[in-house]
Design a protein around this ligand. Structure first.
Ligand code: FEO
Length: 405
């Protein structure tokens, strides 16, 4: 029944849209949904690249069978084992029991571990080639982009890179599959949010993968999430290059927690100081209102970060504490930092923020503002000055190459 969309004469899109799930990995909001992309190569031998989340298993099988028209499915090539892509392996095997499952040793071990399958498999090595007939598939190992088993598959014949999670975005595919056939504006921020939250910890492995891809002449990127990239390849690769080097653009994120508005007023004042210092990209987030995935996205996007927190139970405000842990885990580098806070009877938050930035080894403003109870004239001026000082530091900041990856 299905008329699958063609990427090229022999390659068909058989992926699905997920407009049902509220949170990816049960953590990251999906206001625009997400696609799980899978591709079928029709040649003398047929090969499926990755599967989809098992919630969509039935429709996925229908799409594959519509294309095969009774031909056997010879190979399932697994670029990545996370269950949003591997979830339908056991189902596919039931429909195509003779199909060979293709992956590296780590992949095949995970196939056994997750799905209990260890027969009819083909272990491949880095650089090995699998011939389907006209199509020659080269396997490129790219560990930790985003799991240890991750590989990319390069179709040498049609110069198509099946890249796994790399270069993917949140957001469903609404009709068209290829970037040239759609308005791609809505995907850029979602690509950054996807990268920052999911792959963000692995800047160094992503850099190694990008170096490896320099010798691969790909002209199309088929990722596992979001559009197929044909017209915007250099832009997409640049996004990954900058993010994985932790190179932020000129701009500052102010993130604060506030129970009764005192720390919030400090945040507003610091923002004004930044603006007076000439910073145009200023993003202010209330940590209790904005989901942290969007805050992390903006921290990857911009070079400056100023954090404000009230003291709570002699510690940081819990939501700020949680956010800092997420930043630490991702090893964000090369940032310009400032902090402020408020307290009622004993100050702790600003000390904690200072300890945090020492761990991160970021360039830090000399001024920090710590207000007892309501904001008063001296500290109002100090908040303005903090903003101005961070603005000046931003203008003078040079990324330390030693801290880039
Ligand atoms: Fe889309 Fe790492 O899974």
């Amino acid at each position: 029944m299905f008329k699958n969309q063609q990427i090229t004469k022999d390659i068909f899109y058989v992926g699905v849209n997920d407009r049902q799930k509220h949170k990816f990995e049960n953590m990251l909001p999906l206001p625009n949904g997400v696609s799980y992309n899978s591709y079928l190569i029709m040649d003398e031998k047929t090969a499926l690249i990755d599967t989809v989340d098992i919630s969509f298993g039935d429709i996925f099988i229908d799409k594959i069978q519509s294309q095969l028209q009774g031909k056997p499915l010879d190979y399932l090539i697994i670029n990545h084992m996370e269950p949003d892509h591997s979830g339908s392996i056991r189902l596919i095997r039931k429909y195509f029991p003779k199909m060979k499952i293709v992956g590296n040793s780590k992949t095949l071990s995970m196939v056994q571990g997750f799905y209990g399958l260890d027969d009819n498999t083909l272990e491949i090595k880095d650089g090995e080639i699998l011939k389907l007939g006209n199509h020659k598939l080269e396997f490129i190992f790219t560990p930790m982009v985003h799991w240890p088993e991750t590989i990319m598959t390069f179709d040498q014949t049609e110069k198509i890179l099946f890249s796994g999670d790399a270069f993917g975005t949140f957001g469903t595919l609404d009709g068209a599959i290829v970037d040239a056939d759609m308005n791609i504006d809505r995907y850029w921020d979602e690509m950054v949010r996807y990268y920052a939250n999911i792959v963000g910890k692995y800047g160094s492995p992503v850099q190694k993968a990008l170096q490896k891809l320099k010798s691969v002449d790909f002209q199309v990127i088929c990722s596992t999430h979001g559009p197929v990239w044909k017209e915007n390849i250099s832009e997409v690769v640049d996004v990954y290059d900058q993010l994985s080097r932790y190179q932020g653009k000129e701009g500052v994120v102010i993130v604060y927690g506030s129970m009764y508005g005192n720390t919030e007023l400090m945040a507003e004042t610091v923002a004004q100081g930044l603006s007076e210092g000439g910073i145009k990209n200023i993003v202010v987030h209330n940590v209790s209102k904005t989901d942290s995935s969007y805050i992390i996205r903006d921290i990857f996007k911009y070079r400056g970060l100023i954090v404000g927190s009230p003291t709570y139970c002699n510690e940081l405000y819990p939501e700020i504490d949680s956010l800092l842990r997420k930043i630490e885990i991702r090893g964000v580098k090369n940032r310009v930092f400032g902090c402020f806070g408020s307290f009622t009877w004993a100050s702790a938050a600003v000390k904690r923020l200072t300890t945090f930035v020492e761990t991160m080894k970021w360039e830090t403003a000399e001024i920090s503002v710590d207000e007892k109870q309501g904001l008063k004239k001296d500290n109002y001026q100090a908040c303005l000055e903090l903003g101005r000082q961070v603005a000046t530091m931003m203008k003078n900041h040079v990324d330390d190459p030693a801290h880039c990856v």
